[in-house]
Design a protein around this ligand. Structure first.
Ligand SMILES: Cc1cc2nc3c(=O)[nH]c(=O)nc-3n(C[C@H](O)[C@H](O)[C@H](O)COP(=O)(O)O)c2cc1C
Length: 187
């Protein structure tokens, strides 16, 4: 079975983005192996502490490396990628050996999908900027704009993410596109 690792751009306990990751996992887990990356201990990136990688960074990199695809699900912070997620991506974008770019980073050519739960914009701004960031990191973006859910006042009041049948259908289409892509890449 292929493996998809979910990376959520919010560290919040009741995060709507984490709730979306859980919904997607329940829709997909009969078809692929899934896991959610825990990266809350990853320090601020600093070249002075880069090599050897701190232990928690090495653990995170191992999980990313072992996944066939990544699914990044993120809120929009001031129209942009949240700092903690950008920090993680900076770590992942670096070569395994200091200064040795011959093989590139572990995320080079890695298949990636994006989704966002955010305000009225449904995260269109963060999805656009994340899309260009991932391309700059030479990742293999399966669907340029990904998918988004716009939070309503009811969502904010209840803190529970509900999605419509129409949204569920769109997620199912995104899942099928990702699985179809993963099915043709080598083990
Ligand atoms: C610092 C900050 C900036 C935000 N900026 C935006 C924004 O630009 N666009 C938007 O739609 N929502 C914005 N929001 C609202 C988030 O979309 C909303 O709080 C969302 O629930 C956060 O995701 P989470 O529930 O997964 O933690 C912002 C929230 C925070 C905390």
């Amino acid at each position: 079975m292929k493996k998809i690792l979910f990376i959520v751009g919010s560290q919040r306990k009741n995060s709507f983005n984490t709730q979306l990751a859980q919904k997607l996992i329940s829709m997909i887990s009969d078809r692929v192996e899934t896991a959610v990356l825990n990266y809350q201990d990853v320090p601020f990136f600093n070249e002075d502490i880069e090599y050897p990688n701190p232990e928690c960074v090495a653990k995170v990199k191992e999980q990313v490396n072992n996944a066939h695809g990544l699914w990044i699900i993120t809120p929009e912070y001031n129209g942009q990628v949240p700092g903690s997620l950008k920090n993680l991506l900076d770590w992942l974008s670096r070569p395994e050996e200091k200064g040795n770019w011959t093989k590139g980073s572990i995320i080079k050519n890695k298949a990636v999908m994006i989704s966002s739960v955010a305000g009225k914009s449904a995260g269109v701004h963060v999805r656009t900027s994340l899309s260009s960031l991932l391309k700059a990191m030479r990742m293999n973006l399966i669907d340029d704009q990904g998918s988004g859910v716009a939070l309503s006042n009811e969502h904010f009041a209840s803190q529970i993410l509900t999605i419509s049948e129409k949204e569920k259908d769109l997620f199912e289409q995104q899942i099928q596109k990702f699985i179809q892509y993963l099915s043709v890449i080598p083990k």
